[in-house]
Design a protein around this ligand. Structure first.
Ligand code: HXC
Length: 270
């Protein structure tokens, strides 16, 4: 049997770990700095589809790369090298399918970056709701150095995260920025000294979110994701629809009743 270059023997490239209400999707291809081959991309999408089936029990997802050197160093350059234009488009669509699975997941998804988040790796992180990072991490869209452009959503989500001028500078130069610069630019929500603190910080955020009505968190995410980049009137219509949907939930009745009765709410997730 032939083994994909950089794949660690006998291990699937993506695994799910569960710890209470937190699920962790681990990209496990450290020999290739967790580069996203088509198989890895499909496995990430499958992981989110599998977690969706138990969304009632999952209040947040962490995405992390194995090995301590990289979150993800990009799309797998070897896999891209022989593609026709049509196959290139197909490859980009696969990346967008992964992003859609993450953005459609009805709970927050936190990219925990510990090392390189480059090209498709940064784009994967950008599809997540939040990026947390260790101090030693670095970020960039180096595609133009390969004669490529971002293809997993970098031209769309990076400007939303950091503003159009800085996104253009990063994409045109292909330069890497460190975690402190990424935090100052609004790309990274929080910085941590090391990997343990990073993962603990992400778990703490998910635990804090889990105390809220998760129906409301899911609705808020839906509106935030769908409204991003749309004209104001469309965005406010989406907010109105989401706000109305909150009134269909038991959680909203419970949350408001608990406030009026001066007691702690007991949310059921319905
Ligand atoms: C395939 C990769 C890879 C990648 C690293 N590797 N990045 N393999 N695709 N994107 C492999 C290397 O070939 C090497 O394998 C091993 O991982 C370790 O990497 P080194 O280069 O030896 O490590 P180092 O010298 O520390 O340099 C780290 C690095 C460098 C700066 C991150 O690896 C690098 O520049 N990688 C490419 C980054 C990049 O251009 N990403 C964008 C890809 S295009 P061997 O077998 O030699 O040990 C993209 C497009 C997205 O993402 C849209 C597509 C539709």
């Amino acid at each position: 049997m032939t083994e994909e270059h950089g794949t660690d023997e006998h291990r699937p490239p993506v695994r799910i770990e569960r710890d209470g209400v937190v699920a962790t999707v681990v990209i496990d291809r450290p020999k290739a700095l967790n580069a996203l081959s088509p198989d890895v991309l499909r496995a990430v999408a499958d992981a989110f589809d599998a977690l969706r089936a138990e969304a009632d029990a999952v209040r947040g997802v962490i995405v992390v790369g194995e090995g301590g050197r990289a979150f993800v160093a990009g799309a797998d350059i070897r896999s891209l090298s022989t593609l026709t234009p049509e196959e290139g488009a197909e490859s980009a669509r696969l990346g967008h399918r992964v992003a859609a699975a993450i953005e459609g997941f009805p709970a927050p998804v936190i990219a925990c970056v510990d090392g390189f988040a480059l090209g498709g790796g940064l784009e994967l992180a950008l599809a997540c709701d939040l990026i947390y990072a260790t101090e030693s991490s670095s970020f960039g869209q180096p595609e133009v150095r390969l004669g490529l452009i971002p293809g997993f959503g970098g031209t769309v989500r990076l400007p939303r995260a950091v503003g159009l001028p800085l996104a253009k500078e990063l994409i045109f130069t292909g330069r890497r920025i460190d975690a402190a610069t990424a935090e100052a630019a609004g790309l990274v929500a929080r910085r941590f000294p090391d990997r343990d603190a990073l993962l603990a910080g992400a778990r703490a955020t998910i635990d804090e979110v889990a105390e809220n009505a998760w129906t409301a968190v899911a609705l808020a995410k839906r509106v935030l994701v769908e409204a991003a980049g749309t004209p104001t009137a469309t965005a406010t219509d989406l907010e109105v629809a989401g706000f109305a949907d909150a009134f269909r939930t038991e959680d909203m009745r419970e949350g408001v009743a608990a406030f009026i009765e001066k007691r702690e709410p007991e949310f059921s997730g319905h």
